[in-house]
Design a protein around this ligand. Structure first.
Ligand code: GEK
Length: 243
């Protein structure tokens, strides 16, 4: 299946509707995420490495908000434990349809179950690895604590949660600097000022970033023993929380 270059916001749009993970987005998704999220490739490979280390025998690794399964395939490559299966979940039917058409063959011993569902609704059990790679930021603020508590409860001792998010900064100058640097990154990736600005409008009230201290406090309140950033590139960060 062929993917295209992201030019969804390249022409002036009279009416900019709220961003959705529909078929138009799916068609350009690999290009869009790589050119929009600084460090995306590095985070995907590290998720594979972490799954190799934390994936336990007779347990489940979850990729929540899996999109086209980049983190799922990276985990499958690296998991060595016996009977350690992967469950990949996304609420976008367009994403899940395409993921199923694009499943790479081979590449590991773990089985992969693909589920089209809202991650707030699914049951989670015996989890050794849980990945939320740029997904929590799309969950309504009021639902985030309950989701974290559900994940924590479902995790085995010694389990890991990898939480990657766009961050906001409480300090006004940091917020403006890091936002500017991200936009500079996008320009170097070939996005025009108009594309950047129209995408910003489409994501308003859809992608809601929080600060690291808010994430950390929520993770600790859910029960995690520690939560730290292991990777950051401007306002995009990935955290590791340990049970
Ligand atoms: C990657 N992790 O390539 N339930 C399930 N899925 C959801 C929900 C929900 N409530 N809300 C949003 N999503 C991927 C990238 S993209 C990040 C993740 C981005 C899904 C949504 O359909 C989309 O596929 C994904 O979360 C977010 O490593 O585009 O910035």
């Amino acid at each position: 299946m062929h993917f295209h270059k992201d030019s969804l916001y390249a022409n002036p749009l009279g009416d900019i509707t709220a961003f959705q993970f529909d078929e138009a987005v799916v068609n350009v998704f690999p290009d869009m995420i790589r050119r929009s999220v600084p460090g995306y490739g590095a985070m995907i490979s590290a998720i594979g490495m972490l799954a190799g280390r934390f994936g336990q025998q007779n347990s489940v690794c979850y990729d929540l908000g899996c999109s086209l399964g980049a983190a799922t395939w990276a985990m499958r490559e690296q998991i060595q434990a016996d009977n350690c299966r992967i469950v990949a979940v996304d609420s976008s039917e367009a994403m899940i349809t395409r993921l199923k058409q694009n499943m790479p063959v081979g590449g590991g011993k773990s089985s992969v179950e693909v589920v089209c569902a809202d991650i707030r609704q699914i049951a989670i059990e015996r989890a050794s690895v849980v990945v939320l790679n740029f997904t929590l930021q799309f969950i309504p603020l009021e639902d985030r604590a309950a989701l974290m508590a559900k994940i924590y409860q479902a995790m085995l001792p010694g389990g890991v949660l990898i939480l990657s998010e766009k961050l906001r900064f409480e300090d006004v100058r940091q917020q403006s600097l890091q936002t500017d640097m991200h936009e500079h990154f996008k320009k170097l990736q070939g996005y025009s000022d108009m594309e950047i600005s129209q995408k910003r409008t489409a994501l308003e009230n859809v992608l809601i970033p929080e600060s690291f201290s808010v994430h950390q406090a929520r993770l600790l309140a859910a029960g995690f023993g520690s939560a730290e950033i292991w990777f950051q590139y401007f306002n995009f960060a990935s955290m590791i929380a340990l049970k």
